[in-house]
Design a protein around this ligand. Structure first.
Ligand SMILES: *Cc1c(COP(=O)(O)O)cnc(C)c1O
Length: 248
């Protein structure tokens, strides 16, 4: 028998690995959601995933959500913004995304809220926190989180805060990766204890193709998986969407 390498088959395989990791950690498998990340993949790959039952997709560029939104409008997709968002692209996300997981600064929250008010919409938001020391990773410094959450409640009513998101350090050292996830989990628990009015702290988006099993052991409620479902991305994202050349 030949190996079934279809997107549908890989979705099943990934889901099984998620379930196994949850069970190993003593957690119910349905406590961990799967967010397939379709960045750099086109309409046909996404339609294959839709046919296999996926309705939520993660993307890391506003321009890419915009270019996929119309052609795939018949699929009823919820687009989830998971990448660094420039303030001047807030409009696209306010119009087309159902959620942002990369909310990492007040300036962006205010720009999104203004556009969302204009659209008459509100969206779910996870705050992206920096849990590694790598200089390239975006995210709010952990010590700024309590004040940030209080300001969001007061100033940006169209953003419904639901939890936290992080990217772990990109390193072979599994203990260092685990420490990032554990930091986010502990921060989440502390914020939950503070019980800030207007803030729900129920979701922890952490874990990607290379590290999601560790993330689940550390309490992830949502893993963002691209490569293990859609295959390798041949070029870096910057190859297709160089900053500043997007024609926005
Ligand atoms: C690309 C991306 C992922 C998925 O990465 P894979 O390694 O392909 O699973 C997850 N989160 C963010 C923020 C991403 O940009």
């Amino acid at each position: 028998m030949t190996e079934d390498n279809s997107i549908a088959a890989r979705l099943v395989q990934v889901r099984r690995r998620i379930d196994d990791a949850a069970l190993r950690a003593g957690r119910p498998p349905d406590s961990v959601a799967l967010l397939p990340v379709s960045k750099t993949f086109g309409e046909s790959a996404i339609r294959e995933a839709v046919a296999a039952g996926v309705r939520r997709f993660g993307e890391n560029k506003a321009q890419e959500i915009r270019s996929k939104y119309e052609p795939l409008a018949d699929c009823g997709i919820d687009w989830v913004m998971i990448g660094h968002l420039q303030t001047n692209k807030a409009k696209d996300v306010a119009r087309m995304a159902s959620e942002i997981q990369s909310l990492d600064r007040m300036e962006l929250a205010i720009a999104l809220d203004k556009r969302l008010q204009q659209e008459g919409r509100s969206i779910d938001a996870l705050v992206q926190v920096k849990t590694s020391t790598e200089p390239s990773k975006y995210g709010l410094p952990p010590d700024e989180l309590p004040d940030f959450l209080r300001r969001l409640v007061r100033e940006t009513p169209t953003l419904r805060v639901r939890g936290l998101m992080t990217l772990a350090i990109n390193a072979p050292d599994q203990d260092a990766v685990r420490a990032c996830f554990r930091n986010l989990r502990q921060l989440h628990d502390r914020m939950k204890d503070e019980a800030i009015e207007g803030i729900e702290m129920n979701r922890l988006s952490m874990g990607m193709s290379g590290d999601f099993e560790i993330a689940i052991e550390e309490g992830s409620t949502e893993v963002r998986i691209g490569t293990a479902i859609f295959g390798g991305r041949i070029y870096g994202d910057e190859y297709y969407w160089p900053e500043g050349k997007s024609g926005a």
